[in-house]
Structure formats: C-alpha cells, structure tokens
Design a binder for this molecule. Structure first.
Ligand SMILES: [Ca+2]
Ligand SMILES: [Ca+2]
Length: 257
C-alpha cells in the first residue's frame, strides 16, 4: 500500500484490516490512521503518520532522519512494536498538541520471554499529573507498556524537546511512576535532552523533574558502631541529601542518643 503525495493533501488511512505487505507513507501533508490496525512493514519517506487515538502494531519500520515533520504522532493512540527476541527499537514518536514536537523513546530489551509480544509507547505533551516538581520539570511524559513478555529487563532512553522544559534542565532527573511513587532513573544528560534508565523490570509512565519530587532510593546503606562512633555508608541513585533530622534518627536507631 502506497500513500503518496498525489493528491498533495493530507490523507486518511482506513479501514482496520491488518496490512500484511508494506505501508509506505510519502505525503508531506501527513496521513491519519482512522482505525486501530497492524502492519508488517511501515516505511515513512515523508510526512507524519498521525495515529490520532488509534493503535498501530508494527513488525518492521523504516524511517531515515525522523523529525517533527517526519515521525509517528502517538499522543493518544499507541505505537506497538512486535518483539520476538531481545533487541533495541527506537519509537520515532512525537505529539501534535500545540507545536509538533519529536520526542522519541528507545527501548532495549535485554532479557525476557516473548509470546505474541509487543512493547507500546505514547507521549503526552503535558506535565505528569503526579509530578510535584514546582520549578524544574518537563511538560511531557511517556507511557510505556508491554504485552506477552514475561520477566522483562530493559534499558530506556527518553528524549524531550527544548520547549518542554520549565526551569533549568540541568536540574532535571528522570523518574518512573509506579502508580503510587516515583523511582529515579540513573542518568540525565541535559545537553542531549536525554533521560535514561538501565535494568528496569516494570513498565509505566516516565518523565523528568526535581530530585526531591522524584525521590531517590538508597541502593545500599550500612551503619556500623565502633565504640561511640557510628559510621554511615551509603550509595544512592541519583543523589541523597542527608538532613540533620535523618542523621539524628539514624543515630538513635543505632544507640547513640
Ligand atoms: Ca494528537
Ligand atoms: Ca507539542
């Protein structure tokens, strides 16, 4: 199936049957998906493929130099990538809320068992409703989920747009929302507008914000009493601020009152 730029206006892709051959998008004015469907091969040569609020399941995707004018708009519907084995895939997604913005996410599955499996991604151009960061955050979050994968382990890279940043992007940390709390990601590279996490085992929402709004977790903590001295050792990701109250509680815990 070819959706080319003749006629030179936006087109609507219907009608929901699986596309077993190649779906080729070549229309600078864009193509909109009108029904949830699947396609074995998708090639995007020009223009945006807007999923609107429908889902598209793909097996293979070809897109060179994706951008805000050559991407898959997935800000309501999901782009679902079939996984049959470990491997990395970049979801070339963005949004058309206000300005068109390209904000891809790369999922590198490093472990798992796959049975009729896919990973899905969509991106919302708004502050996450559970992000309590007051000054430094991004007006963007991604929802990543999966189907048919048991014992998944994966790495993730998320790329936001400059226009998303409220405050100072050097003060942003990545966070994953569990449904009730934030877990920090282990890397943020402001120069690349990038938030990264490795060795993740759960799927959900991701965004960027302040460290105290996306709180740190202790990866290890030991306290050893030597005579009247308590030695505290800890590792955190990404950082920990020990307050006077916390120190006092730790010392009481270990018998220094
Ligand atoms: Ca939209
Ligand atoms: Ca936007």
């Amino acid at each position: 199936m070819n959706l080319t730029e003749v006629p030179p206006r936006s087109q609507v892709l219907c009608c929901g049957r699986p596309i077993t051959g190649t779906l080729r998008i070549n229309n600078p004015n864009g193509v909109t998906l009108s029904q949830t469907t699947s396609a074995t091969n998708v090639e995007i040569e020009s223009g945006n493929l807007d999923l609107d609020n429908k889902n598209l399941t793909i097996t293979n995707l070809t897109i060179t130099a994706p951008s805000a004018s050559k991407m898959i708009i997935a800000d309501a519907g999901e782009l679902r990538k079939v996984y049959t084995a470990n491997g990395s895939f970049t979801f070339p997604i963005g949004d058309n809320t206000g300005t068109l913005e390209y904000s891809p996410v790369t999922i590198n599955m490093t472990s798992g068992t796959y049975s009729n499996a896919f990973v899905s991604a969509k991106v919302i151009n708004a502050k996450h409703p559970n992000n309590t960061s007051a000054g430094n955050y991004i007006n963007r979050y991604w929802t990543i989920s999966r189907s048919g994968i048991t014992n998944p382990v994966y790495d993730i890279d998320l790329f936001y747009a400059d226009g998303d940043v409220a405050g100072n992007k050097a003060d942003l940390w990545g966070g994953r929302w569990s449904g009730s709390s934030w877990s920090p990601l282990n890397s943020a590279i402001p120069a690349e507008n990038k938030l990264s996490g490795t060795g993740l085992t759960s799927f959900s929402d991701f965004t960027g914000g302040e460290a105290d709004a996306l709180p740190v977790e202790l990866t290890s903590f030991t306290a050893k009493a030597t005579g009247s001295v308590v030695n505290l050792n800890w590792e955190t990701k990404p950082r920990l601020i020990i307050t006077g109250l916390m120190l006092r509680e730790i010392q009481q815990e270990h018998g220094r009152r």
